[in-house]
Structures are given as structure tokens and as C-alpha cells.
Design a protein around this ligand. Structure first.
Ligand code: SF4
Ligand code: SF4
Length: 302
């Protein structure tokens, strides 16, 4: 008899505990529930899901959470204008004027144009070579050991003749290459037209020193800055004011003629208009346009 009473009591206690736990869990479920904004869900589903961090956030979800709080809707470079239009619709705002940002490698020297090189036998990465003095005379230029290539998920940047070259047909503008470059020679530039004018050098030294280490480096002669208002000297290097850059208004012909080092180039993908402008000229098959403004007269390059 005593045994049955003990079993009954134990059962009753367990039942009471189960009811109490169910009540506590039900309460916690309601009290601690994370309210997910419907807009966050909609924004996240409109993003490409690349989680590349180009927007400045850790991933697409974090950016999706920031947009309803007032973050700009134009930060996803991978999604491009289609994504901006979708976000504008979700947020009920006008589409802002925006440009696709794409990388420009500010070095135009191929292996044989770089001087004072020594054999580098260390770990074959740019990050490691960057720590070693004397790998090549120019301490600003591309090391050509593929750190940018390795991080590109889109197969859009390659090493050609020792120099990082962007394939603008594949590039999504995720900026991973720019972040990976230990020399900081890749910048993200607003492409206001499919091809855009750029300075292909990062060497801040004086002309004589530049000439000693590179055949195509900018010597800081200021010729470009004196010829065109878009150029401003920042130390010994010119910078292009891309804010003021209007592809339809600027004639870069005189600037190109002034530059004695061919440090100024067109980069990007030539548009139909660009190709039409040179349709009567004899041009290399690969590019179907004469862009011999670059360090390489023979072929168009990114
Ligand atoms: S080249 Fe590759 S890594 Fe660099 S921005 Fe374009 S897609 Fe991103
Ligand atoms: S004209 Fe050429 S060499 Fe002279 S500062 Fe400009 S980019 Fe450099």
C-alpha cells in the first residue's frame, strides 16, 4: 500500500513540474521572441546572398537589417541597379542616382617593365612578399602573386605578365580584391561609363627615383593636372576627381598627349559608342578598339 502511495505522489509531482515547465516555456517564447521586421525579410530576399561584405556589413542579413533603419539602398555592388530598384520599391523611396563601383589596379607595369628586381624565394603570396625589401625596385607596384585573384569568387581578376588585370565583363564590384591587396593599389571607382579614365600608378616618389625602378611609372610632372581640371596632384601623383567626372563632357585627348609616361589609361569594357568611335581604325582583334593609351600599345587591358 505504501508503495502505491509513493508512486502516486511521484507521478503527481512530475505532472505538476511538467505543467509548470510548459507554462514557463510558453511565457519565455512570447516574452523573448525576436520580432523580425517584414521589411528586413523582404530586403534580405532581394539581396543576392553573396555575403561578400562589399556593402560594409558582415553579410547580406546584417545589411538587410540596416536598410529599414535608414542605410542607403545603393550599397550592394554585386546586386547592381536591379537590386537598388527592388530595395527602392520595398522601402517606398525613389531610386537614387548611383554608379557601379569597379576596381582599378593603380599599377600598369608588367614584369619586364619593373626594374631592380631580385629573385623572391619566400611564400608565394603578395602579403608575404610585401614584407620583404627589394623584391622589386618599386615598393608601391603590383607584386603579381595573386592575393587578389585568390579572393575573387567570380574569376574576374588574373595575373597577366606579372600584373593584376581585371576582367570587367565578369567583375561584380564586390571589392574583395581591393581589400586583399597588401599594397592598397586597387581602388573602387564609380564607372560612369563602361570604360573610364584612370591613373595606372601608385608610386609617390620623385620622377628620378620612379624612372630608376619602373619604365612606365608616373614621374609627377603635373602635365595632366595643368591640362585638365579633373586632375589634382596629391603629392607626386595625380588623382582623378570622379565626383566631377562626366564621360560625355571631358576630352582626354590633350591629357593623354601630355603624359610622357603613358601612366594614364582607359579601363573597363568599351561600350558600343566607344567601339563606333574607332570603327574605321585598324585595331587588334581582341579588343576591336584602339585604346593604346595604356602602357601596352598592343592590346587593351584592364
Ligand atoms: S575583380 Fe573579383 S574580387 Fe575584385 S571586385 Fe571584381 S568580382 Fe570582386
Ligand atoms: S602627365 Fe603622366 S607622368 Fe605627368 S603627372 Fe600626369 S600621369 Fe604623371
Amino acid at each position: 500500500m505504501a508503495t502505491w502511495i509513493t508512486v502516486g505522489l511521484a507521478g503527481a509531482i512530475l505532472l505538476l513540474l511538467a505543467v509548470a515547465m510548459a507554462y514557463v516555456l510558453g511565457w519565455a517564447n512570447q516574452a523573448l521572441a525576436v520580432q523580425v521586421d517584414a521589411k528586413v525579410i523582404a530586403v534580405e530576399s532581394a539581396l543576392p546572398g553573396a555575403n561578400c561584405g562589399a556593402c560594409g556589413y558582415v553579410g547580406c542579413r546584417e545589411y538587410a537589417q540596416a536598410v529599414p533603419k535608414g542605410e542607403s539602398i545603393t550599397k550592394c555592388t554585386v546586386g547592381g541597379m536591379g537590386c537598388v530598384a527592388d530595395l527602392a520599391k520595398i522601402m517606398g523611396v525613389e531610386v537614387e542616382q548611383t554608379w557601379p563601383y569597379r576596381p582599378v589596379v593603380h599599377c600598369g607595369a608588367t614584369s619586364d617593365q619593373r626594374l631592380q628586381k631580385t629573385e623572391y624565394l619566400g611564400e608565394p603570396t603578395c602579403a608575404s612578399a610585401n614584407l620583404v625589401a627589394g623584391v622589386q625596385g618599386c615598393t608601391y607596384g603590383c607584386l603579381g602573386l595573386s592575393d587578389c585573384v585568390v579572393v575573387c569568387d567570380y574569376d574576374a581578376i588574373h595575373i597577366i605578365d606579372g600584373l593584376a588585370v581585371v576582367d570587367y565583363g565578369k567583375c561584380t564590384g564586390c571589392a574583395a580584391c581591393a581589400k586583399a591587396c597588401p599594397r592598397n593599389i586597387i581602388s573602387m571607382v564609380p564607372f560612369k561609363s563602361e570604360r573610364i579614365f584612370a591613373v595606372k600608378c601608385s608610386n609617390q616618389d620623385f620622377g628620378k627615383e620612379v624612372k630608376a625602378v619602373c619604365e612606365v611609372g608616373c614621374i609627377g610632372c603635373k602635365g595632366c593636372a595643368k591640362t585638365c581640371d579633373l586632375f589634382e596632384m596629391a603629392g607626386n601623383l595625380p588623382k582623378i576627381n570622379y565626383e566631377a567626372y562626366d564621360p560625355d563632357q571631358v576630352d582626354f585627348g590633350p591629357v593623354l598627349e601630355k603624359c610622357p609616361m603613358n601612366s594614364l589609361v582607359w579601363v573597363g569594357k568599351p561600350s558600343e559608342k566607344d567601339l563606333a568611335a574607332v570603327k574605321d581604325q585598324e585595331v587588334p582583334d581582341e579588343i576591336k578598339a584602339d585604346f593604346k593609351t595604356s602602357v601596352d600599345d598592343a592590346e587593351w587591358r584592364g
